[in-house]
Design a protein. Sequence first.
Length: 169
Amino acid sequence: MCDHCGCRAFGPIAELTADHEHILELAWEVAEGEWPDEATHQAARDQLNRFLDFHAVKEEIGLYPLLISTGDLEVERCEGLEAEHREVHDLLERAAFDRRSYFALAAHIEEEEMELFSASRFAFDDEEWEQMDQAHHAAAHQFGMPHGHDEDAGVPARHRHDDGRVGSR
Ligand SMILES: [Fe+2]
Ligand SMILES: [Fe+2]
């Protein structure tokens, strides 16, 4: 976890950090938990996979390209991180996510928190934070995730939806 540079203070970074905590909790359960039957275990894998996909989309349309645009992330390294997203997705789909997969996922998350989040803190201005908010908002709509539409949540009260509708809901 990055507790040094204050990057948690920025809304979208705090959101990704909270996602990471949720992901690691679920992932440990999936890898090491005791499950009464295969159907329950499968449901947990599906739940984790869906949340991971949502989180990965936020990073892949928000944090990563924005860090590339400020010169703080190389395209090749970005592709590597995106490949790791796909890999976890595949492992879960094949019911092959184990303790080793968990530690690989934790290393991916640590790299993001220690290096990418810290870099964004220094590289991003209001414009990038606003774009990151919009990316997270777009991902929430894509995945049908509940989310706020108020200033406190870092999302403009009035905004344009993907379908062209402008509104506060
Ligand atoms: Fe990631
Ligand atoms: Fe992440």
